[in-house]
Design a protein around this ligand. Structure first.
Ligand code: 13P
Length: 218
């Protein structure tokens, strides 16, 4: 049997910090607006709340169990509820990126989902990327709204707030975040000319089938 090497706990913690720095470098987040989690043991490793990424060390990353136990010297991200709830509800999700990318957030302020404007909408798992109704950050209600918007989808927008991207690995969740922000920019580019023509749900289903042979599949 092949041995599958797994990243050590310290490597996962460092990968989370590197991804946080990448979010800001890639222009999909600013300041400490975002947070990232990776499945670990019977819980998650998650960024601490409001700590600048530049000064974050692996020890600052918090482990939080699905039973609410916390290991670490910091408090977990204020958004720990939806990170925990999504990981519990979706066993195929191992990494979650939450950020406030400008184009996604602009659409979310308008309470707009991203419709099938481009075939790449399919990378989020369906014919649209839904915008979850607004609820105060960090609340059970926000977590509930996000989970509904993520039904059958790997990403969603959060009204008047930002975006969530989920995947089987942190690298894929980061990639998806950039793709969703790109789609949001494209949609925003179209809107001054009116609502754009859309691809059909059937065509997006067709694209999803094609993608399973291409490498976009989880
Ligand atoms: P944290 O610093 O607590 O992760 O909060 C940032 C945020 O995105 C709130 O929505």
């Amino acid at each position: 049997m092949n041995h599958v090497p797994t990243l050590s706990d310290i490597d996962v913690r460092q990968a989370i910090i590197d991804a946080c720095l990448d979010m800001n470098r890639l222009g999909i987040n600013q300041g400490t607006s975002g947070n990232i989690s990776v499945r670990s043991r019977d819980g998650i490793l998650i960024t601490p709340t409001s700590l600048p990424y530049k000064t974050m060390t692996p020890q600052d990353v918090v482990w939080m169990g699905f039973d609410g136990r916390i290991e670490g010297t910091r408090q977990p991200s204020s958004e720990w509820r939806f990170h925990i709830d999504i990981m519990r509800a979706k066993p195929n999700v191992n990494a979650i990126v939450h950020a406030h990318p400008t184009a996604c957030t602009t659409l979310s302020i308008m309470e707009k989902s991203i419709p099938p404007i481009h075939y790449m909408v399919a990378v989020a798992g369906g014919h649209d990327i839904r915008c979850a109704p607004y609820a105060t950050f960090g609340t059970k209600e926000l977590s509930h709204n996000a989970l509904s918007a993520l039904e059958g989808r790997a990403a969603c927008l959060l009204a008047h707030h930002g975006m969530i991207a989920t995947s089987s690995t942190l690298d894929k969740a980061m990639w998806l975040s950039v793709e969703v922000e790109t789609l949001a920019k494209q949609y925003l580019g179209c809107l001054p000319m009116g609502e754009p023509p859309l691809l059909s749900e059937e065509e997006i289903a067709n694209v999803i089938a094609h993608m399973s042979n291409y490498g976009h599949k989880d």
